[in-house]
Design a protein around this ligand. Sequence first.
Ligand code: ADP
Length: 500
Amino acid sequence: MSESAAALAPEISEVSRRKIAFVGSECYPFVKTGGLGDVMYALPRALIREDCEVRVILPLYGCIPEKFKKDLTWKGSFMMDLTLEGRTFFVGIMETEIDGVIYDLIDNREFFDWGNPYTSLWEDIPKYCYFSKASLAALNFLGWIPDIIHCHDWQASLVPLYLKTRFWGTPVSNARAVLTIHNLRFQGICSIDHLKYWSGLPDYLFNYPELKINDRECNMFKGGLALADWITTVSATYAEEIQTPAFGEGLDSHLRFHQPKLSGIVNGIDTDIWNSGTDRLLKATYTADDFLDRKVLNKRALQEEMGLDQDDRKMVIGLVSRLTDQKGLDLIDAIFPSLMDGNTQVVVLGTGDSRYENAFRYYEGKYPGCVAARITYNEGIAHRIYAGADAFLVPSLFEPCGLTQLIAMRYGTVPIVRETGGLKDTVAPWDPERNEGNGFTFTQYLPGKLLEAVNAAKTVYFTDRWHWDEMVRRDMEKDVSWASSALQYIELYDRLSGRA
Ligand code: ADP
């Protein structure tokens, strides 16, 4: 390279760096209630490794721990109009940077000071109207105009609508909007009057092709999907499933209509956080090379921590989950007595519907030393279950992607899953003939089918340990990182922004 070309090079690469803004309602480590929080953390980190600039925009909730709030820098504030009457609201921007990713937290105490972070839909609708509009206003205010605004789930789904109406002609309207469906079950449905009032969006968007779903109601997610430049969801199988009445949550025909701009890109996990070789939350770190000697140290520690009988020979089955119908817990409930054969222990961590919380508390009392239920949300215990269990249950009714099976595999804990959504795309079924596969799977949503899969796992575990250990090794070595999925997102971003 000539001297003059060398002098120009940094400038050129600076100019050509892709700029991506993430807009979503939760992001680890600030606030996380499920997989969305993981993705909002891990995907931006994977993108900056591919030379993208990424800003993550999220609400500054009251529930964000003080240790994060104290590191935020004030970037400015302004007043923004919202609602049909044009009421004005304060928008503050507080910023921090972690490992090259910039986080802009939108400050407004009226909307964000309570809730964990969600409250009731009635209150969440105004909250996320405000958030979607404030995110775009913040980008204009900061003068940072992205190539792509990547919006996540219904809470950020008004962004494409604002972008193409109220913000049209402003600098931020140069960006293309991608909307990712992490879970179609939650859609932001309310009365037309309520959303019309709070969003201040033009009347013509409250028609059937966009927001309207019946004479009285509208649906924020539906409107966002209509106006987004591209829709992604978090696995190829879920992208197909949501176009059917069984999985479409009432939006299957809408999604079939928008199918030409819909694709599935499977999630990964952050392999720095989820690394059994360095995980400080574990009793003993281990890798694919030494798991035979060292994983059992975590099993013993887990049995001790959970008050289970200390016995290496027992098979420990783990479950870390929101305790809701989606997660197939009625199947587990139905077969629970059959799981308890004297050689099996079950460890549960989760919160959710009282029906399931109480069921697991009951089983803990009924099978002392064999069942432990922690009805709470706790990152440390989650890590120790992933490491200490032998097998891991994910029998979901539907599962857009699912992260827990990916984490379990990374920790050498063999997943037992139903073949739906991302579970189907990430867990290859055990094939004894070829000595292949990552776990035990079943298809029909029936208790007996789950029991068959668990029994198949038990048979290999108790009678064919060599093959079991081979599967553990395969799982630990499987690529569950974001690397290849991040490249697929970049390809999509480039296509939409005209780079490709
Ligand atoms: P979903 O987003 O539907 O809840 P995912 O499998 O995509 O399910 O992601 C769940 C994430 O939340 C995983 O990181 C899992 O470890 C974590 N998680 C779920 N329940 C708990 C809990 N009670 N304590 C700690 N972490 C949990």
